[in-house]
Design a protein around this ligand. Sequence first.
Ligand code: HEC
Ligand code: HEC
Length: 364
Amino acid sequence: MKKTSLFILTISLALLTSCNNTKSSYEAITYFKMEGDKLLRPTDYRKWVYVGTPTTPNDMNNGKAAFPEFHNVYIDPDSYKHWKSTGEWREGTILVKELVSVGTKAAVSGNGYFMGDFIGLEATIKSKELFPNEPGNWSYFSFTNPGSKNLKDTATAFKTNQCNSCHAGNAQDDFVFTQHYPILRSAKNAGENTTPENSSSRPKTMVIGEWDPAAPTPENLDLEIPLEKEALFAYLKSGAYKKFKTQEKEKHPSTGPHTQVGLPVQVFMNDIIASSLAENRDEHPMGASIVKEMFNKNGELAGWAVMVKTQDKSDDGLGWFWYEVTSSEDSDAIAAIGNGVNGCISCHQIGNRDMVRTAFPFQK
Ligand code: HEC
Ligand code: HEC
């Protein structure tokens, strides 16, 4: 186990010279070692900073999750410190993802998913020096060894399109999925000598529930779409939004949970949002409206998702009215209705298009 020190490779970084000496108190060390183009299997990472455990159980993914099942994610302590003080990933950042199977689905505490055994190990590293040609300078590795009881000792980087591209397109902070890691979100830019780890603050989701509105919906606005529950449902049933000039010609498989990844959806936009998107505006004006038809697997209409801007300022999603109903017959089958619905915002805030996720101009 004396090997440990070998893995801590000290490199002097240009980064240090740009800071004044008092500010950067930590040494720029990296927590991994390369041999040629091979990454040696990281060790000691369970003593690093724990970041979170996203879970994609096989039984929720047709028996075959792409990355089964629990993903325990860790970041090296120096990169965590750097993230805390700058909100950026430093040269030499390494994040490790340890895969753990679902063991049992019942415990004395109730039904659920409980960790079984370690089954795999993956890593991602940001380094301009080592990976000058990778987007964002992030490279991806796996030590998982299907069919063997032992992990691999070394790994070569995956091709860009195998890992990097999905991270590039979907992760919130420079290729890292901070949207799924509250530990990193609360530490971002918190400041070098702060302790977000000790904070007592709990976000509004705890207080009001993820699918409840966090702000009142202004009344008596003169909008194209009515926002009152029954009036809105009647409007959607009437199909009046189909007169919007900007609409997808065909259904496409949803890349979001509307109502389930892969089921068909079709998007309609009014003129206000269409021209605002075309002009690439940071915030869409009041009245911007989008209706999304959602279909079941037989292609029958199964509900609508709606977004309407009720003021010019986005205000982190409070300025948007959110609505989703999962029936075309029952106006009470509502998943959410109101301004500032956090469950919707948490996903829609990705990208810098004021909450709009659909590719625009439309592909078809
Ligand atoms: C289809 C999209 C997708 C692809 C392809 C993908 N990942 Fe990820 N990756 C994710 C998501 C989503 C997360 C965060 C949530 C989770 O772990 O499920 C993640 C998290 C990670 C993390 C933890 C750090 C972070 O960036 O959040 C590592 C390490 C990682 N992936 C490695 C890999 C490797 C290695 C490959 C290629 C074999 C790969 N990923 C391919 C979607 C993807
Ligand atoms: C897990 C992530 C996620 C959540 C949660 C989510 N959405 Fe979406 N939504 C998406 C993605 C991704 C798209 C665009 C891709 C697609 O479906 O084709 C989208 C598209 C939409 C659209 C079409 C306009 C646009 O932004 O592209 C509407 C309207 C919409 N969502 C409303 C809602 C409402 C209302 C809620 C909350 C009840 C919600 N969404 C929750 C991911 C999400």
